[in-house]
Structure formats: C-alpha cells, structure tokens
Design a binder for this molecule. Structure first.
Ligand SMILES: *Cc1c(COP(=O)(O)O)cnc(C)c1O
Length: 395
C-alpha cells in the first residue's frame, strides 16, 4: 500500500470565512470596541431582523442563551410545561429546565422529521404554556396547523431555527413565523460568529424584555439598579463583525447547500432504500445537514466507521431526548414511547454538508456510501445463509 499520498478527508461541516469576515473583524479590533457595545452589534441585529422579516432582533452569546431568554421573556417558569420535540439537540430541552419549567416530549412526524400539530396535541396538558418547534436539519416544520393549535389553546409558539437560517415555510422566513424565534451561530451552523445567537420577534415589548434580562436586568432609567435577577447573555462586537460579514453572504451559503443537497439526491436517485432528508413542496429547506436513514437492519455506527476509513465524516442523529438520563425522571410510567423519533435516531447518519463541497466530492462520497452499504448487505446475506445452513445441519 502506498500511504505517502495524503488522503482527502471530507468533514461534516466547515465554516466559510473569507476576506469580508477578516476585514470587518479587523475593523472591530482596530476600533477598540471589542466588548458588547459597538456598531457591529447594532448593525448585525438590524440586518438580521431584516433578513428574518421581523421587527426586532436581540443578539445573544449563543443559541442556548437565546432559547433561555425567549422562555424567560415569555414568563415561563416553575409549574409550567413546554412541549419539545424528542428529536433535537439537547439545548432545546435544557433551556426549558433552566427556567424551572418541565419539558414534555412530543414525537416527530415521519414526513418532516419535525413536530406536527398532531404530535404536539398528544403532549398537551392544562399546564402547557409554550411549544418549541425545531426546524430539524434546516427543514421547516408544518407551521400553520401548529400556529392554529397554539392560538386555540393560548399557547406560545417558539421556533428553534438554530439549524434553519433562511429556510422558507410557504414563502415566509422561519424564525419570524411564531411568537418568537431563536438562531445559533455556532461554528457548524449556516451563519457563524464562532459562538453566538439571536432572538427575533415581531413583539416590541417582548424584545425589550429580552434585552433587559440579557443585560443583567438593569433598569433602563437608573444605572446599577436591578429590579430583578438578569443574565449576561450578550454577543461581542468582534463576534457581530464576523456575523455581519457572514450575513452579507448568506444567500450564497444557502444556495451552495441547496446545490450540495441536490447533488446527493441526483447521485442516489436509484437508491430509494437510502432515505435522504424530507423535501416538501410547501417548504424550502436551508439544507443545513444532509442526512440519511438506512434500511432497518443496518447499523449506522458500523457504516460510519467504514465511511471514516474512506475519509468520509459522518455523525449520528441526536439521541432521543426522552431517553436521556437527565430527562428520564420526567418520562412517567410506563416509559414514554415516541416511535418515529426513536426509529430515525436508530437508523440515521448525517453526512458531509459543507457549502464548499464540489460535485466531484459528492460523487466520491456517494460512491463510498454505495460500497459500504452494498458490502454490509452482502455480509448480512452471507450470515443469513450460514445461519440457515447451520440450522439445517443441526437437525
Ligand atoms: C445548535 C443548536 C442549538 C444551540 O445553539 P448553541 O449556539 O450551540 O448554544 C439549539 N437548538 C438546536 C436545534 C441546535 O441545533
């Protein structure tokens, strides 16, 4: 074997930081405004509100803080319940616990991989105050029936759009559809500030409340007078400079991801057994993570290991939250079963999804997937034959 040639490695995600980002960040450094005051923070918030077609945007130090702030600003606390999808990043549920409220898990819908009005309805109780809808992997949830349910039952709708910057639901930007939306700018998200987040809303009073709580709950009219306990959840001007440059390029980022997703679909058109992300006529996904559900008897962890040998990175789906030990005491008896979330988590892997990937890269990645899946299928078939032979021999 010739190991001298360095093998190419295709990571799951890779930020795209270019000359514009360097220019703005350097400008912020030179200005001396390195903390959370500065013109980049103001401009980033203004432009992000514009981008989401919302009135207000409140920047935060990360997406989890934005979620916590959204819940806290809505007055959610001990004794309240908040419906959360079982299949999402843990932060969607931990933020609920921070407020003293209880997360109640809802299954996801097979057609969207997100919660639906039907799955949410099964998780409601008289204590339910809010629903956190997650647009998983960039795919919008079916919002209209959820909004109708929320209005009927007087329940607030929070959109966790951390993975879905710029995704469209019936022509509307996600994040700006519910009462309040939150975004993350972590390094692997569609827009990054390193660490960072944003809360968006059309409700001025709610935005004011969020700003107040974010800034140590300091009275706007009396310095160093704090009528409540607040938080320091601010974004810095340096991060906002990076974010502003990224935001100016966001259409390009989304277009590249949509193209990458399209290439995967084209390359694997003849493989209906390998299920790719939902693709619905009423939505435009932001295609954050190209994700694949393998046939029932495959083990994604084994597939991941073989793919890695070929230089193809992957990652498992989120562990169903209702099965994590931290939430186990909240499961009730008998243990809660949320079959769609559990099934997707058992069979899914996310694949290299960076916007920088080229057509040839996707062709190589899909060829590798075919090889790994076919050889695993061959092994399974041989194992079954051997088993039958042994069974026959033993009679
Ligand atoms: C990334 C993410 C978050 C948390 O964002 P951080 O900026 O990492 O705190 C919350 N919810 C979902 C669905 C995410 O993917």
């Amino acid at each position: 074997m010739n190991n001298s040639k360095k093998k190419k490695f295709y990571p799951i995600a890779e930020p795209d930081i270019g000359p514009l980002e360097r220019k703005y960040v350097l400008d912020a450094v030179r200005s001396g405004w390195v903390s959370s005051l500065g013109r980049y923070v103001i401009e980033f918030e203004r432009r992000f509100a514009e981008f989401c077609e919302t009135r207000e945007a409140v920047s935060t130090c990360n997406g989890t803080a934005a979620l916590h702030l959204a819940l806290a600003s809505l007055g959610i606390g001990p004794g309240d319940e908040v419906v959360v999808p079982a299949l999402t990043f843990v932060a969607s549920a931990s933020a609920v616990v921070y407020t003293g409220a209880r997360p109640v898990f809802a299954d996801v819908d097979e057609s969207t991989w997100c919660v639906s009005a039907e799955t949410i309805a099964r998780a409601l109780s008289p204590r339910t105050r809010a629903i956190i809808v997650v647009h998983l992997f960039g795919q919008p949830a079916d919002m209209d029936p959820i909004l109708a349910l929320g209005a009927r039952r007087r329940i607030r709708v929070i959109e966790d759009a951390a993975e879905a910057h710029g995704a469209l639901y019936r022509g509307r930007k996600v994040g700006g559809i519910g009462d309040v939306g939150v975004f993350s700018f972590y390094g692997n998200k569609i827009v990054t500030t390193g660490e960072g987040g944003m809360l968006v809303t059309g409700d001025r009073t709610l935005a004011e409340r969020a700003r107040f709580l974010r800034d140590h709950a300091m009275s706007p009219s009396r310095r160093y007078y704090h009528p409540e306990i607040g938080y320091n959840y601010r974004l810095t001007n340096l991060q906002a400079a990076l974010g502003l440059a990224q935001l100016e390029r966001v259409d390009e980022f989304i277009a590249r991801r949509v193209e990458v997703m399209r290439w995967y679909r084209e390359e694997l058109r003849d493989r209906p057994d390998l299920i790719l992300n939902p693709d619905l006529p009423w939505a435009r996904s932001a295609d954050w993570m190209v994700s694949m559900v393998f046939p029932k008897d495959f083990r994604p962890d084994e597939i991941a290991e073989r793919l890695r040998e070929k230089g193809v990175d992957s990652r498992p789906f989120f562990h169903p939250l209702h099965l994590l030990p931290s939430f186990a005491s909240r499961r009730g008896k008998p243990p809660l079963s949320l079959p769609v979330a559990e099934e997707l988590a058992r069979r899914g892997l996310s694949l290299p999804s960076a916007g920088k990937l080229r057509r040839g890269d996707i062709a190589y990645i899909c060829r590798s997937i075919r090889e790994v899946v076919n050889s695993a299928a061959g092994q399974k078939a041989r194992a079954r034959t051997n088993q039958r032979r042994r069974a026959r021999a033993s009679v």
